[in-house]
Design a protein around this ligand. Structure first.
Ligand code: FPP
Length: 281
């Protein structure tokens, strides 16, 4: 059987059918095997994503920008599910930057409403799937309703120890680093720390990511190749994956592609390839 493929009414029919019988199952299984190609023992423990391209996706369809954000939520759901299924421990999503406050007022309020609604809706699913929500960023800037909803979601998911889902909201690295420096200066003034002996471990305690490991893989969608003020300190040794896919089109399959790309990299952390080889033998 040829499952509805166009087969000309001529003597080639058996050959065409044979082609599909032989190759179609292979094509299908190849498509399905992307996930199976992932080496589960070498998953990035922390994936960070700059979700970009919602506006362009909407524009392509002749729609308002918020339409793109609305569909972006579907991608968030799919990717969170994909990470949880695989066993990725931490996922950080750049949902709203400090700079995004400068967008048109109706887009900002629309995005805030969408966030509040989505978080409210997703808490039961997060609990069912043992997902804990965290938020990093300048939450004082958020509208009261959003703060309320977020705090409730943080509390309601706080005992979950599966995927740790970190939303970067009203977040920027420069804000975070500056805040850390101010806190360090304050602690130094009060004699709590000795500036001369301050090291990396102590410094990162002052960042909003203090309880999370650095991301091992950073994905940015939409073809842009920038970091846009995101986790600048934490991505010192992170592998970067850029994809032209616009965020509302990003799904589990694209997540698997990014992980496979990550697994093909040799992570040297400043050492030579030979040194790594010696260490592994
Ligand atoms: C970037 O696309 C996207 C954002 C600034 C917002 C991301 C928000 C969501 C995906 C929805 C809510 C998320 C959660 C976690 C519930 P852009 O608007 O900059 O697109 P453009 O570059 O094409 O203009």
């Amino acid at each position: 059987m040829c499952f509805g493929f166009f087969v000309p009414e001529n003597h080639n029919r058996p050959r065409v059918c044979a082609f599909f019988v032989t190759f179609v199952p292979q094509l299908k299984s190849k498509r399905m095997s992307i996930k199976n190609d992932i080496d589960i023992s070498r998953l990035p423990s922390h994936i960070a994503i700059i979700m970009d391209g919602n506006g362009r996706w909407a524009k392509e369809k002749g729609q308002e920008r918020l339409f793109g954000h609305l569909h972006g939520v579907e991608s968030v759901r799919d990717v969170v599910e994909g990470c949880a299924e695989l066993g990725v421990k931490y996922l950080t999503l750049y949902a709203f930057s400090t700079e995004n406050w400068d967008r048109p007022a109706d887009e900002v309020s629309g995005l805030m409403e969408l966030l509040v609604k989505t978080i409210h809706q997703e808490v039961p699913t997060m609990n069912k799937n043992n997902i804990r929500l965290h938020v990093i960023g300048d939450l004082d800037m958020m509208p009261d309703q959003a703060k309320l909803e977020l705090n409730e979601a943080l509390k309601e998911t706080e005992t979950n120890d599966g995927l740790q889902l970190i939303l970067a909201l009203s977040y920027s690295s420069r804000w975070e680093i500056l805040r850390a420096v101010k806190r360090i200066a304050e602690d130094a003034k009060n004699g709590k720390i000795d500036p001369a002996s301050l090291n990396h471990e102590q410094f990162q305690e002052y960042l909003s990511t203090a309880t999370f490991p650095d991301p091992e893989l950073l994905i940015r969608t939409s073809g842009e190749r920038r970091i846009s003020n995101f986790l600048l300190y934490q991505i010192a040794y992170t592998e970067l994956h850029f994809t032209p896919i616009l965020w509302p089109d990003f799904r589990k399959e694209q997540l698997y592609e990014a992980i496979l790309d990550f697994q093909q990299r040799q992570r040297r952390f400043g050492k030579t390839g030979d040194q790594l080889l010696q260490e592994s033998t």
